[in-house]
Design a protein around this ligand. Structure first.
Ligand code: G3P
Ligand code: CA
Length: 742
């Protein structure tokens, strides 16, 4: 049962730019057909519907539809049966099998429609109890596997004769002996996202001013909700009270008044307190005159009598106004400690020194106060603190003087605002440079002499047109972490390209390689980050979900698993092409995973980009050392069908975006049939308009075998109400081996 490989190894196809419009039609040189209602021996089946058992519909086991094919040395074809009746909950009485078929095509119209014989089958089974969860036939001696246990979609025969099968319920890889006995536990699909952060670490979610999208910012409740939502770090912006205590406010001014004394922005209710009406002051903050109530004019005791209010009430409401105090940094540390005591979770703190130049003029050294507080509170673990600032001098001072004097080393992050703005310490000292001076290669290198990371506004990474820049790559090249800000879920803050879905913005940043991000909605951020960093890719049918975990954690659509499975020509590596896009990857891009059969190590071999208008791939087949065939399809049938194609890819030839270059070698909607071999040929042209076409193999350097998966007993490929037979096509390629025409 070895695949024929000699012919394949001799073939090298040249990649070029052929497209559907210019490709000469492939030619049908043989045709065969297996009627839809072909049953094999076995128990009656088809009783399950929607998870309920009823009357059996079939007095045996339907032979089809087929989801994978290999040609064997014995001259037979091995076809893998799909999971049965299309879903987990209706296929518990469908036995998973490999069918041995003799397929003799007609090669001339006078020969009829070709001969297909079912010679036998291999039952896939688990008598040695390798599957660690309960299967349908749990207590039987043979433990025959069913379509409610796995959904097999592709297979190969390894050099040692054993069988590897790709499933899409896990998705799992399954290893069977040549006679169908499961040899080991199902192998889960690793999450090979290929989006390295600076050191390959998981990205962090920084709760911007706490969970400020759902609670008044910079309150203990905002931080508590953020922690409960899964934030890795909580962010206090720090200003100073009259008596020198660090408290969390976004600005030293906690209520801003216009020239008429009307409140234009407020984070506390101080303007409603008659006892403080004489505290209104006009001051110059970073060069701008501002009138209002200032934290540094209140003692901590006075400040504690105030209550927080929502800064953006028109957007976020006032449901929580008046409930929460202004917290001190020490109280925030206590909250984090309490979390650790209760849950064991080590949440970090990401303090920002607000307006250090202004504060210094007011008599406070914020950096020194910060290190004093962290030291006093014994919160100096460098894995749990990042210190950030929009100014530069205070960070350099922390690095060179304040932290060494205190005997602590904490990572610093240089915040970088827009091109037209400037660090105020530069402006105050007469330096006319702006933030973009920090983002040049030299600027980033200099920044890396005192900071561990850079915190850019997100527009440095994603332009306002939605394009990803090279900022992360350049910052990583300088050895810097990248933590952009600020992600907000309300539609007004989202680019049109996200269609109102804030998770898409997070995913685009994570794809760009950021090491974390600031968000007002940390629960959303934590969910997205966890999905993208999950160790495994899981479909909604993964057994963990059916055993209780929410399938909302699935990162692959249903029926999106290892549809394509191929063995490298040298027999060392198994290639599994996922049928659908993993959550977080670019839409339309499919991962090609590689498993080294000797070491059992996985790697990401690359990404396959579907054509516009295609929905999935249907199979993967080996050509030679580096080249593979991919069946690609849309989800349409009959006269609506458009994309039913076979592409050639070369693992070593990539497009600029890193996806495989593709060369169209067969358009299955345009097959020349000059002899009229197929009954459905019209005017000398055959189309193959089935929703799923899941079998392709290269029989010799010029001939493909293609077969559909009829999703038994589905109808529609050849017209409404017409059952899909399984049709086998022998196709002679147009102009091999130089299809690119160069
Ligand atoms: O510190 C990162 C981010 O918070 C910067 O913006 O103005 O919200 O402090 P801001
Ligand atoms: Ca901040």
């Amino acid at each position: 049962m070895r695949p024929l490989k000699t012919a394949l190894l001799a073939l090298t196809l040249s990649l070029g730019g052929a497209c559907a419009a210019t490709l000469p039609a492939v030619t049908l040189t043989g045709f065969a057909q297996l009627p839809a209602d072909t049953l094999a021996d076995g128990p009656a089946s088809g009783a399950w519907n929607g998870g309920l058992r009823g009357q059996t519909r079939f007095q045996g086991q339907p032979v089809q539809g087929f989801s994978g094919v290999q040609f064997t040395a014995g001259g037979e074809y091995l076809f893998l049966s799909d999971n049965g009746f299309g879903a987990k909950n209706n296929s518990a009485d469908y036995l998973l099998r490999l069918y041995r078929l003799s397929v003799a095509p007609n090669t001339a119209a006078k020969d009829g429609t070709g001969q297909v014989g079912v010679r036998g089958f291999i039952n896939l089974r688990d008598p040695d109890r390798r599957v660690p969860w309960q299967i349908v036939n749990e207590a039987t001696p043979d433990r025959l596997l069913t379509g409610a246990d796995f959904d097999p979609e592709g297979f190969v025969v390894a050099p040692d004769g054993t069988l590897w099968i790709g499933d899409e319920f896990g998705p799992y890889l399954l290893h069977f002996s040549a006679d169908g006995r499961l040899l080991g536990a199902p192998t889960p699909t690793p999450n090979l996202h290929g989006r390295p952060t600076l050191r390959g670490q998981n990205p962090i979610v920084i709760a911007h001013r706490g969970s400020s999208g759902t609670r008044p910012e910079h309150t203990l409740d905002s931080y508590r909700v953020a922690i409960e939502g899964g934030a890795d770090f909580i962010e206090p912006d720090l200003v100073v009270t009259k008596d020198g205590v660090l408290v969390a406010r976004h600005e030293p001014v906690m209520v801003v008044l216009d020239k008429d004394g009307k409140v234009t922005e407020a984070t506390t209710d101080v303007a409603t307190r008659p006892e403080f009406e004489d505290r209104v002051r006009t001051k110059t903050l970073d060069g701008t005159s501002v009138t209002g109530y200032w934290v540094e004019d209140f003692t901590l005791a006075e400040l504690k009598t105030l209550r927080a209010v929502e800064r953006l009430p028109a957007l976020r409401g006032r449901a929580f106004d008046g409930r929460f105090e202004v917290p001190t940094l020490a109280e925030i540390i206590a909250l984090v400690r309490d979390t650790e005591t209760r849950t064991g979770r080590k949440v970090g703190i990401y303090p920002e020194t607000k307006h250090p130049t202004y504060m210094k003029a007011a008599g406070f050294d914020t950096g020194q106060l910060l290190i004093d507080t962290l030291t006093r509170e014994k919160f100096t673990d460098p894995a749990r603190v990042f210190i950030q600032s929009f100014e530069t001098a205070n960070l350099r001072e922390l690095k060179t003087r304040i932290m060494p004097a205190a005997g602590v080393t904490l990572p610093l992050v240089q915040l970088v605002s827009g091109h037209t703005e400037a660090p105020y310490d530069w402006t105050a000292s007469g330096d006319t440079r702006r933030y973009d001076a920090l983002t040049t290669p030299e600027g980033l290198r200099d920044l890396a002499t005192y900071a561990s990371g850079v915190g850019p506004t997100k527009r440095w990474i994603i332009t306002d047109r939605g394009d990803t820049t090279d900022f992360v790559t350049r910052a990583h090249a300088a050895g810097l972490l990248v933590h952009p800000w600020t992600l907000r879920s309300e539609p007004t803050y989202l680019l049109p390209t996200y269609a109102g879905n804030p998770e898409e913005e997070m995913r685009q940043l994570l794809r760009a390689g950021v090491d974390g991000f600031f968000t007002d909605f940390p629960a959303t951020g934590a969910r997205v980050a966890a999905q993208m960093a999950a160790p495994e890719v899981r479909s909604p049918q993964h057994p963990a979900f059916t055993q209780g975990t929410s399938s909302a954690d699935a990162t692959l659509g249903a029926s999106g698993g290892f549809e394509g499975l191929a063995l490298s020509a040298d027999g060392t590596t198994l290639y599994g092409l996922l049928e659908k896009t993993v959550t977080g990857d670019l839409p339309g891009q499919l991962r090609l995973n590689a498993l080294n059969l000797a070491t059992r190590q996985w790697s990401l071999a690359g990404r396959y980009a579907l054509d516009a208008g295609s929905d999935a791939i249907g199979d993967l087949a080996t050509v030679n050392d580096t080249q593979y065939l991919v069946l690609e399809r849309d989800s349409k049938v009959h006269t609506d069908a458009r994309n039913k194609r076979v592409y050639l890819i070369d693992l070593k030839r990539l497009n600029a975006d890193g996806t495989f270059q593709k060369t169209l070698i067969a358009d299955l909607m345009n097959i020349a049939d000059p002899q009229g071999l197929a009954p459905d040929t019209r005017g000398g042209t055959l189309t193959f308009p089935y929703v799923t076409i899941e079998n392709v193999t290269l029989l010799n350097p010029t001939t493909l075998l293609i077969a559909n998966d009829n999703n038994y007993p589905a109808t529609g490929g050849r017209g409404p109400g017409v059952k899909d037979d399984t049709q086998f096509l022998w196709l002679r390629l147009g102009e091999p081996p130089n299809l690119g025409g160069r």
